[in-house]
Design a binder for this molecule. Structure first.
Ligand code: HEM
Length: 251
């Protein structure tokens, strides 16, 4: 077996892969929430053919991500590279955590004696549950807001602000998203905490600070996400008039 295969076969190797892929996914959600909060920063007035239109910042940001790297990279290259890295991270993350939990089930004696062990297996099972819901959410979410296959309110490619508004004006869509964000909070909290342990940063004098960071980061990210549906549902964010989408091309 070569060194890489040996590393993958070991429990510590798998834990390390779970931590690194978890870190990549954490980076993605942190970036995604920062981008989403652009719904609150308003619009730019863009004049074309003698008319002025209000173009939401979030639509411009989405357009920027699709165009990032051009003309040096082919169209959509940055977006597709990021998508492939994310997909590989999700697949690896799930594979190693499932393999780890099967391994620990095999090694487990018939009954636990100590309650501490029971607690840790409860949290591992809970991570499996919340992780599965988040995976199902991601598949649904891409079909909802990226491809527009699942129609919950009118959908138009590239009109991010309008799509968000059309969907989140429906109370059950907003409620569903907010509930999933609740589960995401606990998954992120446990995930960030254990990734610091796996990467060896934990120590009795740092654990309090690490726990605090895990709590602030997980709550901060999910509250940031949840603010968007809530703001549309309660009318804090208003409708923006239509604008011709080719405006984004020249801007
Ligand atoms: C209330 C919370 C959320 C809102 C309002 C939201 C909004 C959006 C929108 C509007 C898009 C489409 C962007 C575009 O067309 O350019 C999108 C894409 C996406 N979102 Fe979210 N999102 C939320 C939470 C999440 C969470 C928690 C995750 C992951 C755990 C996630 C993962 C993704 C992914 C993977 C894509 C596809 C990106 C791509 O390949 O283009 N989102 N989101």
């Amino acid at each position: 077996m070569n060194r890489l295969a040996k590393f993958y076969a070991s429990s510590i190797g798998k834990k390390f892969i779970a931590a690194i892929t978890g870190l990549i996914l954490f980076g993605f959600v942190a970036g995604h929430v920062a981008g989403n909060l652009k719904v609150f920063t308003g619009t730019d007035s863009i004049t074309a053919e003698g008319e002025t239109f209000a173009v939401p910042h979030i639509d411009q940001y989405g357009h920027f991500l699709r165009k990032a790297g051009e003309p040096f990279l082919p169209a959509m290259a940055f977006l597709w590279t990021s998508r492939l890295v994310l997909l590989a991270s999700v697949i690896l993350h799930m594979t190693v955590v499932i393999q780890l939990s099967l391994k620990s089930a095999e090694a487990r004696p018939v009954e636990y004696v100590r309650s501490k062990k029971k607690a840790s297996s409860w949290s591992a099972r809970y991570m499996m549950f919340s992780g599965s819901v988040i995976l199902a959410f991601i598949i649904f979410h891409i079909l909802h807001f990226t491809t527009g296959t699942i129609k919950l309110g009118q959908f138009e490619h590239g009109a991010i602000y309008k799509n968000l508004r059309n969907s989140f004006s429906l109370w059950y869509v907003s409620l569903g998203y907010v509930l999933v964000m609740g589960l995401l909070t606990s998954h992120l909290f446990h995930g960030v905490w254990s990734l610091f342990q796996t990467l060896g940063f934990d120590s009795p004098d740092r654990n309090k600070a690490i726990r605090m960071f895990a709590m602030v980061a997980s709550i901060g990210i999910t509250v940031g996400f949840a603010l968007v549906p809530l703001a549309f549902l309660f009318g804090v964010l208003q409708e923006v008039p239509d604008y011709p989408h080719h405006l984004l091309e020249n801007h």
